[in-house]
Design a protein around this ligand. Structure first.
Ligand SMILES: [Zn+2]
Length: 337
């Protein structure tokens, strides 16, 4: 009887922290991976977090985990990739509501001021006004062919693309092509990724420059961002590589080079990492242990408790929801995890 009461009380207190994962704070024409939250919705979400939860930094989470005392109602905010809209739209709102946040950065994209490959692929396949009917290329030495019916991007197809995400059936052949190419390109080495994207651009005669806001932050923005005590930086590997697709040596290079680059210009110690695409293997875990990373984040939807392993902390991807939808979503996550 007593143990039942204790259990009930423990459940009510909820000694668990929920780590949220964001990518973009922006309005996008298409968003196959549901990465973007509009600035309005982001503000409403922060209001919900401030009213009903305790927004804590990753540092605070680490301290709680180390002491074995996880406080109730804690929420951590994290961002992956390092998009410019984080600086333009998320930063002022996080400051307005005094919310700490951690940003995981892929250094080479910032150093090269280059658009992320999946966004380039989306632009080529989903946004080109016209595409050739036959595609025949090598992707990482593998021949790939596709016969395209939706050559012209009609108003109707454009509308279908607006609401499509990867969980839905393909509303057009272009979506099918996009998804197949994404799956083939994702495990490649960075130079092969760049080569494949280059060949696809040639095939599509795609010459539009990237929109300013779709690029990653530049160094100046990154510097300004991390001069604020509210924000913490972590690595997201040098080239945003799918770690388990590569050898331990490559994983080590990707993780360490990114950390060194970030540490060199910021003068700060970087010991946080989020695995690109949330994926890791035994070699990734070995590298982060050898390199003394303190905390590592996945995309597995799990709450953080005192039993959570600090090298595989789960996160919940936030969707483009308004305040009340978001509040319901968090309550659902807390109840069913
Ligand atoms: Zn990422």
């Amino acid at each position: 009887m007593i143990s039942r009461i204790v259990k009930k009380i423990n459940k009510a207190i909820n000694h668990q922290v929920i780590v949220l994962m964001y990518h973009r704070v922006s309005e996008l024409e298409t968003d196959p991976w549901q990465l973007a939250v509009s600035p309005n919705n982001f503000e409403e979400q922060l209001q919900v977090l401030k009213e009903s939860f305790k927004v804590i930094s990753i540092n605070e989470l680490n301290q709680q985990m180390r002491s074995g005392k996880i406080k109730s109602d804690g929420v951590c905010i994290t961002f992956d990739d390092g998009y410019r809209d984080n600086y333009r739209h998320a930063r002022p709102l996080l400051e307005k509501y005094d919310c700490p946040a951690t940003f995981f950065i892929s250094a080479s994209y910032i150093a090269k001021n280059r658009q992320f490959w999946w966004d380039e692929l989306e632009n080529i396949i989903l946004h080109s006004e016209e595409l050739p009917a036959d595609l025949s290329i090598n992707i990482g030495h593998r021949p790939y062919t596709f016969k395209l019916g939706d050559i012209i991007l009609t108003h109707e197809i454009r509308q279908k693309h607006r609401y499509w995400n990867y969980l839905d059936p393909f509303p057009s052949q272009r979506c099918e092509l996009y998804f197949q190419l994404w799956e083939l390109i994702q495990p490649l080495l960075q130079n092969q990724i760049e080569q494949s994207i280059g060949e696809l651009k040639k095939w599509a005669s795609y010459t539009k420059p990237a929109k300013e806001e779709d690029l990653p932050m530049n160094k100046k923005e990154l510097k300004e961002m991390f001069s604020s005590p509210l924000f913490t930086m972590g690595t997201h590997t040098l080239n945003h590589q799918l770690l388990p697709a590569h050898s331990k040596q490559i994983q080590q290079y990707e993780i360490v080079e990114c950390r060194n680059w970030l540490e060199d210009w910021s003068g700060k110690k970087i010991d946080l990492i989020s695995y690109p695409y949330g994926n890791y293997d035994i070699n990734s875990l070995a590298v982060i242990k050898e390199e003394n990373f303190r905390t590592a984040f996945t995309c597995e939807e799990s709450l953080t408790t005192k039993k959570t392993n600090s090298t595989t902390i789960g996160r919940f991807q936030v969707k483009n929801q308004n305040g009340s939808e978001f509040k319901k979503q968090i309550k659902h996550w807390l109840k069913f995890n």
